[in-house]
Ligand binder design. Structure first.
Ligand code: C5P
Length: 236
């Protein structure tokens, strides 16, 4: 299946003016912006609304709690109308199913419901990190286990590293939306990310969206960097 891999810029900052500046300047050069824990906790939900105006929003709050609390949290976030939003797959199938129900009731048929993404294994984790938390599996095995569970429980898609796209597509087909952080253009610093690929590699592997933060926001020219990534995706 041919797909266009789209670019999400992760605007990770605690400053409203910085986020607003990035969002305004990147308006024509990314497909969506991501606002996550840092920005949302520091600046609040009204600021999420302001900064995301005119952008597709990936609201990445990675909810993980008992099913009722996660479902209620998602209902409370509905007014922000994100295109994509996240919970942790390790919260189990009931938490995922209740999350999907909550989004369906907040967005009646005919309105654009946010897509529910389940985070599998964070791209900052490797096999040693999994062992530390008592999981004796490779990241790929654990991503597959959680990915299958999340999609069968009602998630629309998954957050995974580019290394797991091929096995997930083999196991789950083309339909699940795969959102892929841990992306580093050739030559840029890996920071704390451990399972990384370039934008073109992730596109060729079959990502629907890539999430790129620091390589854009810390660049001397974020707009030119975002443009270069969009071009790399287009020619992949
Ligand atoms: O700066 P960098 O490109 O590493 O940012 C990646 C973004 O993707 C961050 O906002 C991070 O929260 C997010 N993310 C991730 N790994 C996941 C899920 C989300 O890095 N598994």
């Amino acid at each position: 299946m041919s797909r266009r891999t789209r670019l999400i810029a992760a605007l990770d900052t605690a400053s409203l003016s910085t986020a607003r500046h990035w969002a305004d300047s990147l308006k024509n050069d990314v497909d969506a912006i991501k606002l996550g824990l840092e920005f949302t906790y520091a600046c609040g939900l009204d600021a999420v609304k302001t900064v995301s105006a005119g952008h597709e929003l990936f609201l990445d709050l990675k909810l993980h709690d008992i099913p009722h609390t996660v479902a209620s949290g998602l209902s409370a976030l509905a007014p922000l109308r994100p295109a994509l939003t996240t919970i942790h797959a390790s919260g189990d199938s009931e938490m995922i199913a209740r999350s999907r129900e909550a989004l369906e009731s907040a967005f009646p048929v005919g309105t654009k419901r946010p897509k529910l993404l389940a985070v599998t294994v964070l791209t900052s984790m490797n096999a040693e990190g999994l062992l530390d938390i008592g999981v004796n599996a490779t990241p790929q095995e654990q991503v597959l286990r959680l990915g299958k569970l999340a999609i069968s429980a009602g998630a629309d898609g998954l957050v995974c590293s580019a290394h797991e796209i091929a096995p997930l597509r083999d196991a789950l087909g083309d339909e699940p939306i795969l959102v892929v952080p841990g992306i580093r253009p050739a030559g840029s610093a890996s920071d704390d990310q451990k399972r990384i690929m370039t934008p073109a590699q992730a596109a060729r592997a079959g990502a629907d969206w890539i999430v790129v933060g620091r390589p854009i926001t810390k660049a001397s020219d974020p707009v030119l960097t975002a443009r270069a990534i969009m071009e790399e995706l287009a020619s992949a």
